[in-house]
Design a protein around this ligand. Structure first.
Ligand code: ATP
Length: 264
């Protein structure tokens, strides 16, 4: 579908089209399309921009990735379609491994996502070799599968658009979990160590930039920055941000309606 550049929601429509194509090509599942709709709704509430609280969390996430011994970036269908190049660039910048990690796992889907990541420049893609399959204790069915060279042994895992159960399991296993999730109320957002309440397509380039900016910093300083961060406090502020924004919009909408009544 041709999307006119002048369309006020051109970027949002472009993302929808990309996901629809990803669905037709077998990378994205129906549930991924639904998750996207949920994300879009929250993005509307945020004003479709990176709010300062998200920028703060991006800084902490970058520091945590740089401090990690074994960082891993987890990739599902939506992530592979929306930011494949950014995943590769971030992995390179942070010295992280890339792992395909799916809720709805089939060998064809794994292969399609691996192919997409390799076309974007990935040299190694974990999570697709059946001989490297390990299991996360405490999770059921295919969702427990991880790579023994990747998430299983990782100390820091970036899981954009993850589900709550797996986030909880990763935390229970002592890992630092960074997520990018537009919904500050989701279980993932609430249980992660660092939650970036932002759209993946905006947050990933900023995260790469921040990793490159902080790379020269002393580890002690980075550690202090990470330790001072309280994810629950930041999430609370994100929820207040939305609430205050809505109050402001509701007041100005009411005023507009008062004015138009007056003019009639
Ligand atoms: P949970 O299990 O964590 O309570 P959930 O049931 O919504 O949440 P999923 O469907 O796996 O779990 O979550 C997808 C999450 O990703 C949703 O919270 C949605 O708001 C968010 N999301 C969707 N698209 C994007 C995007 N482009 N950028 C950031 N977040 C997104």
């Amino acid at each position: 579908m041709e999307i006119p550049r002048s369309h006020p929601r051109a970027e949002s429509l472009r993302i929808r089209e990309a996901l629809k194509k990803g669905f037709e090509e077998g990378l994205v599942v129906e549930q991924g399309l639904m998750a996207h709709g949920r994300g879009e709704a929250f993005d509307y509430l945020l004003g479709e921009k990176t709010i300062p609280l998200a920028a703060d969390a991006i800084k902490i996430a970058a520091a945590a990735l740089l401090l990690a011994d074994k960082p891993v970036i987890s990739v599902n269908g939506n992530v592979a379609v929306l930011t494949p190049k950014e995943v590769v660039d971030l992995a390179e910048a942070a010295g992280a491994k890339i792992e395909v990690n799916l809720f709805y796992r089939t060998p064809q889907r794994e292969k399609a996502i691996e192919k997409r990541l390799r076309s974007a420049g990935a040299r190694e893609v974990l999570g697709v070799d059946p001989s490297a399959t390990a299991e996360l204790p405490g999770l059921e069915s295919l969702r427990r599968k991880v790579d023994q060279k990747g998430i299983l042994v990782a100390d820091v895992v970036l899981v954009p658009l993850e589900d709550g159960d797996r986030t909880e399991t990763l935390r229970r296993l002592g890992k630092t979990v960074i997520t990018i999730d537009l919904n500050p109320l989701s279980r993932t957002a609430q249980t992660a160590s660092v939650t970036i309440v932002d759209n993946l397509v905006r947050a990933m380039p900023l995260l790469i930039k921040e990793v490159n900016r902080l790379r020269g910093e002393k580890p002690d300083l980075l550690r202090k920055t990470v330790e001072q961060f309280d994810n629950r406090v930041n999430l609370g502020k994100c929820i207040s941000y939305i609430a205050e924004r809505l109050m402001h919009i509701s007041k100005s909408t009411g005023k507009m309606s008062d004015n138009s009544n007056g003019e009639q």
